[in-house]
Design a protein around this ligand. Structure first.
Ligand SMILES: Nc1nc2c(ncn2[C@@H]2O[C@H](COP(=O)(O)OP(=O)(O)OP(=O)(O)O)[C@@H](O)[C@H]2O)c(=O)[nH]1
Ligand SMILES: C[S@@+](CC[C@H](N)C(=O)[O-])C[C@H]1O[C@@H](n2cnc3c(N)ncnc32)[C@H](O)[C@@H]1O
Ligand code: SF4
Ligand code: SF4
Length: 329
């Protein structure tokens, strides 16, 4: 019997974002400009495959139908394909998704699909190889693009691409992005730059509202689609002349959090009620054996009473989120 997770604002939670590592091999300017640093965590190990299975089972029993694996860079884990298989083996989890920088896709995406991966989101901030290098710190544009092609060849019908919208970096490149998705079933999502503890000055310099893109799309005859209950927060737009779609993730917009349907578990097994929350609730002591499932479910359900109505980004309060790599965005 599933007891659906619900919070004090009558929001229901169908979607778990599970970080499986903090490690990343890229140095995106808005996330880890100096690269990954172990940060005192060196002796702490990330969740094992068995622990991940137990997290997924507890959430599934509480109504979760979608699990997104994220990080850091989740695909750097050697057991990534096993993790996908483990989560996909849970029949209640109907969508097993990953958010990746695309580094391993060309090589491994077929194996991930065979293991049960159903959805793939890949980050590409620029369609210009030199600018891609400047933003990510890695000269891997061609490799990531080959990864997207490989995903289609492996049978994914649609790939989502994440592009962080930055004033004076890529905000004036809408036409280039639109031309790219015209023949391709890619959902290209512009994510508004979010302020983080480490990223205050970059935010002040480069934040621009996604509303500028929305206005341009509406002017050109794009129309907004309805959202499903386990979809992410993007507003999705389509146009009859385009195989692709545009998504807009606008966390500074009024009521963005009203439709929050997701919870997060960090790579160390802490439950986080919000991307920009204050602290985590440890779950790891209940992940060592299958016998603690009832207690684990009860702890998750109880914690939800403390979920706040919205983030406090408008007041410049980013919670304990120093950058998005530690909890996976
Ligand atoms: N503020 C905020 N930003 C979010 C939230 N969920 C996703 N985002 C942002 O959107 C980015 C892209 O999310 P993805 O990991 O691609 O997944 P998604 O868009 O939630 O999910 P799908 O609709 O399933 O594809 C994240 O890294 C965050 O930057 C959220 O709950 N709050
Ligand atoms: C933290 S990454 C983790 C997964 C993987 N490494 C990747 O880059 O796709 C998830 C997403 O967060 C986005 N992101 C990171 N920092 C951000 C910020 N300050 N504002 C908006 N989006 C951000 C990235 O562009 C990426 O699409
Ligand atoms: S956005 Fe993703 S790829 Fe870029 S530094 Fe952060 S975790 Fe790594
Ligand atoms: S900022 Fe927090 S409350 Fe708002 S949608 Fe994201 S996770 Fe949910």
């Amino acid at each position: 019997m599933v007891s659906q997770l619900t919070d004090a604002y009558a929001r229901r939670f169908y979607y778990l974002r599970l970080s499986i590592t903090d490690v990343c091999n890229f140095r995106c300017t808005y996330c880890l400009p100096d690269g990954y640093r172990p940060n005192g965590l060196a002796n702490k190990s990330f969740l094992t495959c068995d622990e991940i299975r137990r997290v997924a089972s507890a959430f599934a029993a509480l109504g979760t139908e979608k699990v997104r694996l994220t990080g850091g860079e989740p695909t750097l884990r050697r057991d990534f394909t096993d993790i996908v298989r483990t989560v996909a083996d849970n029949d209640a989890i109907r969508q097993v998704a990953v958010t990746t920088n695309g580094y391993r896709m060309a090589r491994d995406v077929r194996a991930w699909r065979e293991a049960g991966l159903t959805h793939i989101n890949v980050s590409v901030d620029s369609l210009d190889a030199r600018q891609f290098h400047a933003i990510t710190g890695e000269d891997k544009f061609t490799q990531v693009m080959a990864g997207i092609d490989a995903a289609f060849e492996a049978g994914f019908e649609r790939v989502k691409v994440n592009t962080v919208l930055m004033r004076d970096v890529n905000h004036h490149q809408l036409d280039t992005f639109l031309a790219w998705i015209k023949p391709r079933p890619v959902q290209l999502r512009f994510i508004e730059l979010m302020e983080t503890g480490d990223g205050g000055s970059l935010f002040r310099k480069h934040h621009i509202s996604g509303a500028t893109v929305r206005d341009a799309l509406l002017e050109r005859g794009w129309t907004q689609q309805l959202r499903g209950r386990s979809d992410g927060p993007a507003q999705v737009f389509t146009h009859p002349d385009y195989a692709g779609q545009i998504g807009l993730i606008m966390p500074y917009e009024k009521d963005f959090c009203a439709s929050c349907n997701r919870l997060r578990v960090s790579s160390l097994g802490n439950l986080h009620l919000c991307l920009f929350g204050d602290g985590g609730i440890t779950l790891r002591d209940l992940l060592a054996s299958d016998d603690s499932q009832a207690e684990l479910q009860a702890r998750i359900a109880r914690a939800l009473a403390h979920k706040k109505q919205a983030h406090f980004l408008h007041e410049g309060n980013t919670g304990i989120t120093q950058n998005l790599s530690w909890i996976g965005g």
